[in-house]
Design a protein around this ligand. Structure first.
Ligand SMILES: [Zn+2]
Length: 315
């Protein structure tokens, strides 16, 4: 199933929303939050970004991108350069935005990301399925983060994926009694979709203050894996990834769950390629519908994003 059609629709919605808010921040990141997110989420995220937007957009330090480990294959040098120039020209707040997946990871010390699973479905979840979802989320995340390991200051250790909470409408949907994850039952966003407590979410607390989260910082979540019945295609951003519940469950045994992988790419700041193609690289994951795996070009785009942002971190 191709994410292309739905993704296009999502992008169109996004452009309108972003223009209205005059946020001028990266489209790939704000799109889903604005298009699919709850009103509460919009409020929470708009405030800090609008204040950013009123000030002069931060610029990258002259030496932001080092060349320490920058040795892409020769045939990828030009297209990578084209992509980065395009990003600089089209992301209004590229260097001021502070909630890329990279920022979330490094705020945790570089070793882990915490997830909430939003189960927007009445289909029952056994303890076995719950644990399988966690395993698969780790495996799919590895396909990006393992390729970053040790690159230009990126942490050497595996990025561990923790699932700290599950949210759904009715308790009876979750068929387990243990307390291995926090449960959020009937906690709905403005559009009626179950979510974990905003008090515990990075998206809503970008200052990293989780004092209002019952479990404190240890039980906070950085991203949501939002699984919705009948949802076609996908959406991804700093808040996490949203894909169809049926698609995801049906793909649990596949080596590459490509829509999820694509949306994780957005969480890492990568863009869509609806209307142009980098020179000589027609097929790659972030160009929806042309690849079903994280390709070498996708990996180098992620590395390029990291090397342009890593000056923020105390490496
Ligand atoms: Zn996309």
């Amino acid at each position: 199933m191709s994410p292309l059609k739905s993704a296009r629709r999502w992008r169109a919605t996004l452009v309108t929303a972003v223009a209205a808010a005059t946020l001028g921040i990266g489209t790939a990141l704000t799109a889903p939050a604005t298009a699919a997110g709850p009103p509460a989420a919009q409020t929470a995220v708009v405030a800090p970004q609008e204040s950013d937007a009123t000030a002069a957009a931060p610029q990258a330090p002259a030496d932001a991108a080092t060349t320490a480990d920058w040795n892409p294959p020769a045939h990828l040098v030009q297209p990578l350069d084209e992509v980065w120039r395009h990003v600089e020209q089209t992301y209004g707040n590229l260097y001021g935005f502070r909630n890329y997946g990279w920022d979330q990871l490094m705020a945790n010390g570089g070793g882990h990301l915490n997830y909430c699973v939003r189960w927007e479905s009445g289909a029952p979840v056994s303890a076995q399925l719950r644990d399988q979802v966690h395993r698969v989320l780790q495996e799919q995340s590895d396909k990006w983060y393992d390729r970053m390991r040790g690159f230009d200051g990126f942490p050497q250790a595996r990025v561990q994926i923790n699932v700290v909470g599950w949210a759904t409408a009715n308790r009876s949907t979750f068929q387990w009694d243990d307390d291995s994850v926090d449960l959020y039952i009937g906690n709905l966003d403005g559009a009626g979709a179950p979510q974990c407590a905003p008090e515990c979410g990075r998206f809503f607390n970008q200052d990293g203050n989780y004092t209002r989260c019952p479990g404190g910082a240890a039980r906070h979540y950085d991203q949501s894996l939002w699984l919705t019945d009948g949802f076609g295609g996908g959406a991804g951003g700093d808040w996490g990834q949203r894909i169809g519940r049926e698609y995801f469950v049906g793909a649990l045994n596949q080596p590459d769950i490509h829509i999820l992988l694509h949306e994780i790419g957005h969480t890492l700041g990568l863009d869509d390629f609806y209307d142009w193609t980098p020179t000589g690289v027609p097929n790659f994951l972030m160009k929806a519908g042309t690849a079903t795996q994280v390709t070498e070009f996708d990996v180098w785009m992620a590395r390029d994003f990291w090397r342009h942002m890593k000056y923020r971190y105390d490496l």
